[in-house]
Design a protein around this ligand. Structure first.
Ligand code: HEC
Length: 174
């Protein structure tokens, strides 16, 4: 049996097993479930994201560009390290990484003052949004270390990651 046929069969079986799949009916939704869903902001999936607009090209001096991209690679590494610490339930360690490498405490480290003057206003705001979200995550992770609620730290981490996505959607370096 080819892989494609196997996958199609698997899809069909899944559809038979869950007849409601693909036709959600808001009116049939249990009221309590509906209210619970209303309380939490829906996680942004790709489909829910605004349509891509042409990113703005921003020119940085070469050295600053290299410095910025190397910071960016450290941002990604920091997210990986945060996830790893969360998986180990080392909440305080996760909070420390977020605050020092991405949060308000990292502004000095990133030479934010020097870079900001080359950024359009919207990009500066996207940067500030990321620093704020990281510091907010750090606080939430500290709460999780007390109440052991991993879910709320993961949710705040997703909000932080969305701030990366938002700036990347809007701006590129030449
Ligand atoms: C204020 C805007 C902004 C924010 C916020 C931001 N980035 Fe970026 N990032 C950029 C720009 C601009 C580039 C260059 C993209 C290009 O020109 O192709 C970039 C590039 C990158 C790259 C590629 C680096 C390389 O070597 O080419 C990575 C990885 C990255 N960002 C990760 C992240 C992560 C992770 C976050 C969030 C924690 C983040 N960025 C937040 C603006 C931002």
């Amino acid at each position: 049996m080819s892989v494609r046929i196997a996958l199609t069969l698997a899809g069909l079986l899944a559809a038979i097993a869950q007849p409601s799949l693909g036709k959600p009916d808001a009116h049939q939704m249990d009221h309590a479930a509906h209210m619970a869903q209303m309380e939490k902001p829906a996680p942004k999936t790709r489909a829910a994201m605004p349509p891509a607009v042409k990113p703005v090209l921003v020119r940085f001096p070469t050295q600053l560009r290299d410095h910025t991209l190397s910071n960016m690679r450290d941002h990604l590494l920091a997210l990986a390290e945060i996830q790893e610490r969360l998986a180990q339930q080392r909440y305080d360690a996760a909070a420390e990484i977020a605050e020092q490498r991405l949060g308000m405490s990292s502004l000095q480290l990133h030479g934010a003052h020097e870079v900001a003057k080359y950024m359009p206003k919207g990009m500066q705001e996207a940067g500030t949004a990321m620093h704020r979200a990281a510091s907010r995550f750090a606080l939430t992770a500290q709460e999780s270390s007390i109440d052991r609620d991993l879910g709320k730290s993961l949710a705040t981490l997703a909000t932080l990651t969305q701030t990366c996505v938002a700036c990347h959607a809007g701006y590129r370096l030449r």
